[in-house]
Design a binder for this molecule. Structure first.
Ligand SMILES: Nc1ncnc2c1ncn2[C@@H]1O[C@H](COP(=O)(O)OP(=O)(O)OP(=O)(O)O)[C@@H](O)[C@H]1O
Length: 359
């Protein structure tokens, strides 16, 4: 297995720059997930690594060797697509062994590899079927099997679970995480689904507008988002984000929310600074002495947890995530608080202003 290094990678179509300045070190055996909204450039990045797109600027290294001009089939990578891309007229076994046959691998070795991959993916009993006789999840497993038999240095996945229903996606997520451990493989996985990123990645790379917003472990990114974009993108339900203006009263800093409420913030800010406050829904609690107040507009009971939406002014809703019990009824006014260390503050440039301890 192998490492992958991206140095100042960029991609332009004519005058249109769609990816720029990408620097990333992916370690051997790492599972890295590139996540970002539609059109942010993540697929383009993956396709440049695969060799399916040319790299406009920068260097791509696999195991320390520059491979910008190496043909896709000579890079030692295997890519799994959202659309499976199976040959409909071939059996599962033939689909899986096709690339090996092209590469001139002899039949006994091909059979050994296909059987081994089929066992890992629990496809042994389906080897003689054709794709049309398989479920979506089974087809995706065949596509993964086709990658496994090639013993690639690096696996590349392009939204492989997008065509599956919700239950199957969860199951395949678990299977892919297990597969990663079992194969000890380097994997680069593209998705727009932040839950997939959070649950599978060793490290998440958040991509936005053709650049990297933040790289970190799922919990680093969840707990310390560097930007408003990352704060809003990672986490479900979304982090509460409130636009505000900083003011100072008796040397203490307050945020005047655009929704009309006032919150103390544990840092020095120049009065008039436009900021965004962020608090995760699970960090908000009902508290009669809390600084925020509003009317409950919607309550969603999800079983083990409850989402309560509170209008804190001008129609701005705060989402509170709590346990099974309701915090009140629709129409009730409640007060809400949060621990100071659960507050995120972002400056006018959208970047996090870290909370310094007060003296
Ligand atoms: N051949 C092309 N010519 C011009 N622009 C392109 C071309 N291919 C992609 N783009 C543009 O590059 C940008 C990045 O596309 P890309 O497919 O990488 O995004 P993505 O993050 O993978 O999105 P999605 O999740 O929707 O697939 C988009 O704005 C897209 O319109």
């Amino acid at each position: 297995m192998s490492s992958v290094t991206l140095n100042q990678i960029g991609k332009s179509y004519g005058a249109l720059e769609v990816v720029s300045g990408i620097n990333l070190e992916i370690a051997d055996k790492e599972f890295v997930v590139l996540v970002g909204p539609s059109g942010c450039g993540k697929t383009t990045l993956l396709r440049m690594i695969a060799g399916l797109e040319t790299i406009t600027v920068g260097d791509l290294l696999i195991d320390g060797e520059r491979v910008n001009r190496v043909r896709p089939d000579e890079r030692g990578l295997a890519m799994v697509f959202q659309s499976y891309a199976l040959y409909p007229h071939m059996t599962v076994a033939d689909n899986m062994s096709f690339a090996l046959r092209l590469a001139g691998v002899d039949k006994s070795e091909r059979d050994r590899k296909v059987n081994e991959a089929a066992k890992i993916l629990q496809l042994d009993h389906l080897l003689q079927r054709r794709p049309a006789q398989l479920s979506g999840g089974q087809r995706q497993r065949v596509a993964i099997g086709r990658a496994i038999v090639r013993d690639p240095k690096v696996f590349l996945f392009d939204e492989p679970l997008s065509n599956l229903d919700a239950a199957l996606r969860i199951q395949m997520r678990i299977e892919l995480a297990r597969l990663h451990k079992q194969l000890s493989a380097t994997m680069i996985y593209v998705t727009h689904d932040q839950v997939e990123a959070m649950t599978m990645a060793d490290r998440i790379v958040v991509v936005n507008k053709g650049g990297i917003e933040q790289v970190g472990t799922p919990m680093e990114i969840y707990q310390n988002p560097d930007t408003v974009f990352v704060a809003g993108f990672i986490g479900s339900p979304k982090m509460n984000l409130f636009e505000a203006t900083a003011t100072t009263v008796d040397g203490r800093t307050f945020a005047h929310l655009n929704s009309g409420q006032k919150i103390s913030v544990p840092m020095q800010l120049k009065p008039g600074t436009q900021i965004t406050l962020g608090v995760r829904p699970e960090a908000l609690t009902a508290d009669s002495s809390g600084p925020l107040a509003g009317e409950i507009t919607v309550i969603e009971h999800l079983g083990g947890e409850t989402l309560t939406y509170v209008d804190i002014g001008n129609g701005k809703l705060a989402t509170i995530k709590s346990g099974e019990a309701s915090l009140g009824q629709v129409g009730d006014t409640i007060r809400v608080s949060f621990a100071a260390d659960r507050l995120h503050v972002f400056g006018p440039d959208g970047r996090a202003i870290r909370i310094q301890p007060r003296h």
